[in-house]
Ligand binder design. Structure first.
Ligand SMILES: Cc1cc2nc3c(=O)[nH]c(=O)nc-3n(C[C@H](O)[C@H](O)[C@H](O)COP(=O)(O)OP(=O)(O)OC[C@H]3O[C@@H](n4cnc5c(N)ncnc54)[C@H](O)[C@@H]3O)c2cc1C
Length: 472
């Protein structure tokens, strides 16, 4: 029997249930990755993320080669054409069965249904697996049999149902029959030009690098994670998100490695490790939201009343925010971190997103898209969840009148101003007593801009606009 594994956001061998099943059932296995520049553009996939994806496909092809599996890259114009391109490949290679892992967002679910229907019509066997989250999407439900829309009870239920058997993921891949062709990944014309300028040594390629990163975090940083995770200069988080977003490592592997170092305790023991696992559960929560509430994949807010919000648009403010020139040092440092690293610390994502949607009063969808266009870990569910949380339009969102003050955030989470100095070097000579909000003469001396808006006035304006929307 010959099997085809359609890889999407699961470009790994470890803990890949569809690949594993193909290995169990087939004599020979081909993997395919469908490359679609038009679709990548439509979904705002960042140039740096595409770069990372291509390099990781090459690394995966080399790993698969060791067990005689070939990774083919095919081009498809868009999600609408995938059904024909996959059908052709199945015909060309006389495939008996196709395997893939589930996706959660509306466009992906629609595409997969079309492919499934087309293959069923041709009597091709299909088997689909769940690899991204512990439970089947939508499985965890409230006492009233509704999908959860609040994190804490979701997490409680997640822990109640948890069974260590879910993490029975180790598998030794046997060598398969050799095929008479090779992977085309090295020769494939991705039509890709790098335009991001990030030093990719920050993001080493491949599954082994991802696992090393997790274990390095667990061995050296997890113990202080609860204390350090909000202080961006300490680099106290795992930075595993780009690998999770593309499925270079699975969340089950991350949880298993964490539990191994915590006596297999989920809610006691090392509070750094349990807190870190909580964050992975947040990821699962947002995937469930995406699955259970398709409106969020269609550009709609979770809270219907927020459709009435009268957002404003100011191109100068938008550009100042993007370039890190708002005159608020912590905001500017964060936005420049995104440009330099293709990544931003979680606390800062909340601070800049709240500033964008509340003080600047810009539509969260513009910020959401900009993040996707620039993040190496751009992930629809987590990004949409994070933006809707920050703009108070989402599930379990910050109440709209709770607006972070970026200067207070700066004093609390970058006390010495070291993170600011790292990314806004024009402020490096300033003392910590002034760096969070430099007086005008210091700004002039440092060639640093004035604030683009008044914090107090903009806060009052945001609350009025949200109040009005609520009462419309
Ligand atoms: C406005 C906004 C946009 C965001 N966009 C994305 C995005 O596009 N992609 C993305 O992966 N995360 C996103 N996040 C969530 C979070 O900021 C990142 O997952 C985290 O900063 C990644 O760093 P880390 O791997 O060091 O995290 P760690 O602190 O080491 O956490 C481990 C893992 O848990 C998950 N996680 C942590 N925090 C969250 C969270 N708040 N929501 C969901 N999952 C979480 C991530 O997969 C992360 O890799 C966003 C958050 C906000 C507020």
């Amino acid at each position: 029997m010959k099997g085809l594994v359609w890889l999407r956001n699961d470009i790994r061998m470890d803990d890949n249930p569809s690949l594993k099943r193909a290995f169990e059932e087939c004599n020979s296995v081909i993997c395919v990755y469908v490359w679609s520049p038009e679709q990548l553009k439509k979904h705002n996939e960042a140039n740096i993320k595409q770069d990372f994806l291509i390099q990781n496909l090459k690394s995966l092809a080399a790993n698969l080669h060791t067990v005689n599996v070939v990774l083919l890259i095919i081009e498809s114009k868009s999600f609408n054409t995938v059904k024909d391109d996959i059908s052709n490949l199945i015909h060309e290679h006389s495939i008996n069965k196709i395997y893939w892992n589930k996706e959660f967002a509306f466009d992906e679910i629609t595409r997969d249904k079309e492919v499934y229907d087309a293959l069923q019509a041709k009597a091709v066997d299909v088997e689909i697996f769940n690899d991204q989250i512990i439970y089947e999407p939508g499985f965890l439900r409230t006492g009233q049999d509704n999908p959860f829309s609040v994190f804490t009870p979701f997490k409680r239920r997640w822990i109640e149902h948890f069974d260590i058997k879910f993490l029975d993921i180790d598998f030794d891949y046997p060598i398969k029959e050799k095929l008479n062709f090779d992977s085309n990944v090295e020769d494939f014309d991705f039509g890709f030009t790098s335009s991001h300028g990030v030093d990719m040594q920050l993001w080493p390629i491949g599954e082994a690098s991802a696992l090393d990163r997790v274990n390095d975090f667990l061995d050296n940083k997890a113990v202080d994670y609860s204390k350090n995770r909000n202080d961006p200069i300490l680099n106290g988080t795992s930075r595993i998100s780009p690998y999770l977003a593309l499925g270079i490592i699975s969340s089950k592997r991350c949880i298993l490695e964490g539990l191994k170092k915590n006596n297999f305790e989920l809610s006691s023991g090392n509070i750094g490790i349990t807190k870190w696992i909580d964050e992975i559960v947040w990821r699962e929560f947002y995937r469930n939201i995406t699955y259970s509430f398709p409106k969020v994949s269609k550009g709609q807010p979770f809270q219907d009343y927020t459709k009435n919000i009268e957002w404003i648009f100011n191109e100068d403010h938008l550009n100042a925010w993007k370039q890190g020139n708002t005159g608020f040092p912590l905001i500017d440092a964060a936005m420049r971190q995104l440009i330099h690293e293709g990544w931003m610390h979680n606390r800062l994502r909340m601070v800049v997103a709240m500033f964008f949607t509340k003080n600047m009063l810009h539509d969260w969808r513009l910020g959401e898209a900009y993040f996707m266009q620039n993040l190496i870990d751009g992930d629809f569910a987590s990004n949409n969840g994070g933006w809707q949380w920050s703009s108070s339009t989402g599930t379990d969102a910050a109440p709209y009148f709770r607006i972070f003050n970026p200067i207070t955030q700066s004093k609390n989470f970058d006390k010495e101003g070291l993170f600011i100095k790292k990314y806004v070097p024009e402020l490096q000579d300033l003392d910590k007593s002034v760096i969070h909000d430099p007086p005008n003469e210091h700004r002039k001396y440092c060639n640093y801009p004035l604030q683009i808006l008044d914090l107090k006035e903009s806060r009052v304006r945001a609350i009025e606009v949200f109040n009005k929307a609520k009462n419309t």
